[in-house]
Design a protein around this ligand. Structure first.
Ligand SMILES: Nc1ncnc2c1ncn2[C@@H]1O[C@H](COP(=O)(O)OP(=O)(O)OP(=O)(O)O)[C@@H](O)[C@H]1O
Length: 245
């Protein structure tokens, strides 16, 4: 089976400072993988490389079997960057519909009606039907997170990459968000999520990948629970040692 996303021996350095070394990671259709690791271990960098925002100095990335250089079907990939809700107050006052429609830039040739329908459908999927006209900055942090998830979903992607999407939102909203991701995964979307707190995603993910400049573990979730020490985790609750936000 062709991996949905694949990093092969990816190495990356910022100004000569190595951040990733020979990282090989493959996700297959239907995977739901948590990418964990200490602060500064390269998680966000790896995600940016996978969506083509950064170019690795060594190694290759393939999406749906195609080399990143040749990949053009960006509507098949949804990306939720880190701290996106922190930007809300700094940008122009966007409505919910405008924010979600930003995810349609890779979709050319859609009529205005089709765009509206897709935005409505994406909002329905995240439980925010009818919120199109609301100002983004008037929403709660948890609702804003779901708007950005809708933005990533509006192109109807098959692969979703999320970078700490629930930072700064309360526990109930986090739970709800992960439930939502679980449903999307059951619908067939392959998911890679960067998270700091495996304790919260625990019940939802199928695999865990642990990064510490190199990939130190990638396996199914149950296997990880048996050997949490491989990633410097304590046993109880799998919280990262010294790593709470
Ligand atoms: N634009 C940049 N320029 C230079 N160094 C950077 C840049 N972005 C990140 N770094 C450095 O690269 C390393 C990896 O950063 P990255 O954000 O990928 O780690 P992370 O595992 O996502 O961290 P966190 O868990 O704190 O979000 C860190 O040492 C960071 O300071």
């Amino acid at each position: 089976m062709t991996p949905v996303v694949e990093a092969e021996k990816v190495s990356f350095a910022y100004d000569g400072e190595p951040v990733l070394e020979e990282v090989t990671l493959k996700l297959f259709l239907g995977d739901f993988c948590a990418l964990i690791g200490p602060n500064g271990s390269g998680k966000s960098t790896l995600l940016k490389i996978l969506v083509g925002l950064l170019r690795p100095q060594e190694g290759r990335v393939r999406l749906f079997g195609k080399d990143l250089e040749e990949f053009r079907e960006w509507h098949r990939v949804g990306y939720v960057p880190q701290k996106v809700t922190a930007l809300v107050d700094r940008v122009l006052p966007l409505t919910v519909a405008e924010a979600v429609a930003l995810g349609l830039v890779a979709r050319r040739g859609l009529s205005a009606k089709e765009r509206r329908l897709r935005v409505a459908r994406a909002l329905e999927r995240v439980g925010l039907s009818g919120m199109e006209g609301r100002l983004l900055r008037e929403l709660s942090g948890g609702q804003q997170q779901r708007v950005f998830l809708a933005r990533a979903l509006v192109g109807e992607p098959e692969l979703l990459l999320l970078d700490e999407p629930t930072t700064g939102v309360d526990f109930a909203s986090q739970e709800r968000f992960y439930e939502l991701l679980g449903n999307l995964n059951r619908e067939g979307i392959t998911i890679l999520i960067v998270t700091h707190d495996i304790g919260v995603v625990d019940r939802h993910v199928k695999q865990v990948a642990c990064l510490n400049r190199r990939l130190v573990f990638h396996g199914d979730h149950l296997e990880f629970c048996r050997h949490p020490e491989v990633c410097g985790f304590t046993g109880a609750g799998h919280h990262l040692v010294g790593h709470r936000h």
